[in-house]
Design a protein around this ligand. Structure first.
Ligand SMILES: [Fe+2]
Ligand SMILES: [Fe+2]
Length: 178
């Protein structure tokens, strides 16, 4: 067993091999390092202070926080309505991943997470899959734009990793739509 650390969310994964995606934030394996080599990007904020953020990145992180907390609530609703245990468990996992993304945004902004309001969703799995793809496509479009807009290295890395994580969610859901 070894300790691997995700440089995006900063969480540790303990196992024999490096996972293909971070189990917590979904970042791809390029962002996961062996414990001693890992330099989580959020730790750089602590040393540089929150003032290092540009106004544009601050606004983009605030938008990310809104989007991710909303996705968390929507996926919890979809988990609740799901017909099978597999779909229920999958949506619960997506909800946790989106909550992790929201948590990362609060760390960069230096703020506390506020209470998440419940959201509504469809009773039908297929309708929920289609809405999930739309939500994730919107997120990937925004995050790739936020990555381009970022002049700070850490923020560019963060939005690149989030773009990929949401792209992977689209692929996951498209398998259910076939
Ligand atoms: Fe992670
Ligand atoms: Fe997300």
């Amino acid at each position: 067993m070894k300790t691997y650390i995700c440089e995006i969310c900063g969480d540790a994964y303990v196992g024999d091999e490096k996972p293909k995606n971070c189990p917590f934030c979904g970042a791809r394996e390029a962002f996961i390092k062996e414990g001693k080599d890992a330099k989580p990007i959020v730790n750089n904020v602590k040393t540089q202070g929150f003032a290092f953020l540009t106004d544009v990145s601050r606004k983009n992180l605030e938008e990310t926080l809104v989007l991710e907390t909303r996705a968390n609530a929507i996926y919890l609703c979809m988990a609740d309505k799901a017909e099978t245990y597999e779909i229920k468990a999958m949506y619960k996992r997506l909800a946790k991943v989106e909550l992790e993304h929201a948590t990362i945004a609060t760390k960069f902004l230096g703020i506390q997470m506020s209470e998440i309001k419940p959201e509504t969703c469809n009773e039908d799995d297929v309708e929920n899959f289609k809405r999930t793809v739309e939500l994730e496509e919107n997120a990937t479009r925004l995050y790739s734009q936020f990555a381009r807009e970022a002049t700070e290295r850490e923020i560019r890395i963060l939005f690149t990793a989030l773009t990929q994580a949401e792209e992977d969610h689209i692929e996951l859901i498209k398998n259910y739509l076939q």
